[in-house]
Design a protein. Sequence first.
Lengths: 82, 103
Amino acid sequence: MQKKVPKVLAAMLGVAMVVSGAAPARAQVKQTEAGMPKLGDMAPDFNMKYFDGSELKDVSLSQYRGKKNVVVAFFIFAFTGG
Amino acid sequence: MKAIQQDLKRLEATDTQVLGVSMDSPFANKAFADQIGVTYPLLSDWGGDVTRKYGLYVEKYKAARRVNFLIGKDGKILEEQVDKDAIDPTRIVDTCERPKLKN
């Protein structure tokens, strides 16, 4: 049996090799560790647990997107002040 | 955290969820919540990853600063109260009760 690589297939292979050299991704640092997010910035998403008295429950910020405003109140230590 | 508890009904009436966060364990935070009468969740940022992500980690105390954020339904930050200003949440409650946020 005679095998012939179709010209179309050969051309496609050639194109694929050229395209694979993609443009380098630009390094983006939106949030530095030193700075707080500012008014109007997207709040960084998080996922944390709390204990409701019987089990640990997960809470993420994104679960409220489009549904509720969220007050996130960071405090320093439990049992200090109120 | 008690001051926010006192305003909790007003905040909830404006479609606002309140979450406390500290680097304590979830169990310590639950005991703290019970002691001071807080009914909203006090989340545990054990290890401090979220505290660092928000730029609030204080190396000297190995803990977070006292900061309140109000985040809108679109995920954007609408208000911030930092350090001593964070003790009284009135400004955040007022912002929540502005008509444009009530939708």
